[in-house]
Design a protein around this ligand. Structure first.
Ligand code: NAD
Ligand code: GLY
Length: 362
């Protein structure tokens, strides 16, 4: 098992990464002093991992309330969030009752937001069970829900007390979901870790084959990168925005296509290709490196062409991005592989060319 720390002074917390960690009650018990917790999960994850978690915690005298939500990005909304509050209130959960998120990024984001807001804040534990959640969404305290007009538009920064990433849970993940997680892994290489990108070029097939050591290495290195960024800029006043490489385009794809039609990681992949293409048009990223990036995403089985929403629709949707300042879209772009910057004032014609060239046409 590997242990990392997200360094945020009195709100610092550990990330545990390893195999069969769901059975390690001793990692969770220090965070459950009142012997009661509410586990939030969904209809797909519950039959796989809820009972093992309940059994191990109950064996240590912890009373578990389970809240099983419908599965899917399309349920990451205010209505489903209401189901969490309903269950917490009807079970009379108190300020000292931690919420445990057991699932992927959708469950983690919604549970974290419920924890941030229920009774003005209750403790929160992340048990991420997708690759994407283990390398990204469970770490750093971004929580929230979607709005029909924009992705993740309602939310809060609210850090968990512990992240428990059990690599063994990834064995039941669909191949398409595993690939979606690899998009966020590649992101760390692109924005700040060239040698990790090079490692991924050597090892992407082993990741796809779910080799346990390769997964452990990729998750640990991703979390180390994320923990460093979050510790330096928790509330995204600067460097943290770089973690959104490909997301301005990607969120437009997810919203424009209807939540759940494109997986988040798939949208980020196609969005990152657009960001690389725009960086190349600006004369920053070489053609050779742009092709190298495309090739790695292709080898990971990820989409490199965005859907046919039309340029005007893309521009309209991107206008709602959280990084917009003074009505101007700000993009995360690449100077080279391993070095990202954030820029506003991108020439509209270059942006249009990127959108035209890298999206499908009806
Ligand atoms: P997800 O939560 O929808 O999970 C993907 C699918 O895998 C779901 O059907 C889920 O039920 C299923 N699943 C989960 N664990 C499983 C397992 N072990 N075995 C079998 N099936 C399993 O999607 P995701 O890719 O994990 O997360 C995407 C979400 O995360 C998006 O909403 C995105 O906005 C959010 N996100 C948040 C942050 C953040 O910093 N908070 C970062 C990146 C992404
Ligand atoms: N996933 C982007 C962030 O956590 O900042």
């Amino acid at each position: 098992m590997q242990t990392l720390t997200v360094g945020l002074a009195e709100r610092s917390y550990p990330i545990y990464i390893g195999s069969d960690l769901l059975g390690c009650a001793e990692l969770l018990l220090p965070h459950l002093p009142h012997k009661r917790a509410a586990v939030v999960t969904n209809t797909t994850v519950a039959p796989l991992y809820l009972e093992p978690l309940r059994t191990i915690l109950q064996a240590h005298g912890v009373d578990i309330i389970s809240i099983v939500l419908p599965d899917g990005e399309q349920y990451k909304n205010a209505e489903t969030l209401g189901l969490i509050y309903d269950a917490l209130l009807s079970h009379r959960c108190e300020r000292n009752t931690p919420l445990i998120a057991l699932g992927g990024g959708v469950i983690g984001d919604m549970t974290g937001y419920a924890a941030a807001t229920y009774l003005r804040g209750v403790p929160f534990i992340q048990i991420p069970t997708t690759l994407l959640a283990q390398v990204d969404s469970s770490v750093g305290g971004k929580t929230g829900i979607n709005h029909p007009l924009g992705k993740n538009m309602i939310g809060a920064f609210y850090q968990p007390q512990i992240v428990l990433a059990d690599i063994t849970t990834l064995n039941t993940l669909k191949d398409q979901e595993l690939r979606a997680g690899i998009a966020e892994v590649i992101k760390y290489g692109l924005i700040r870790d060239l040698s990790f990108f090079e490692w991924l070029e050597q090892n992407v097939e082993k990741l796809l084959a779910r080799d346990a050591n390769t997964l452990q290495y990729a998750i640990t290195r991703s979390c180390r990168n994320k923990a460093e960024v979050v510790a330096a800029d928790e509330r995204e006043n600067g460097e943290r925005a770089l973690l959104n490489l490909g997301h301005t385009f990607g969120h437009a794809i997810e919203t424009g296509m209807g939540y759940g039609t494109w997986l988040h990681g798939e949208a980020v992949a196609a969005g990152t290709i657009m960001a690389a293409d725009l960086s190349c048009r600006l004369g920053w990223l070489s053609k050779e490196d742009t092709d190298r990036i495309r090739s790695l995403f292709e080898r990971a089985g990820l989409p490199v062409v965005a859907p046919a929403l039309g340029v005007e629709k893309y521009l309209q949707l991107m206008g709602l991005d959280k990084k917009v300042v003074g009505g101007k879209i700000r993009f995360v772009l690449l100077k080279s592989i391993g070095s990202a910057v954030i820029r506003g004032n991108v020439e509209p014609e270059l942006l249009r060319q990127t959108l035209m060239t890298n999206s499908a046409h009806d």
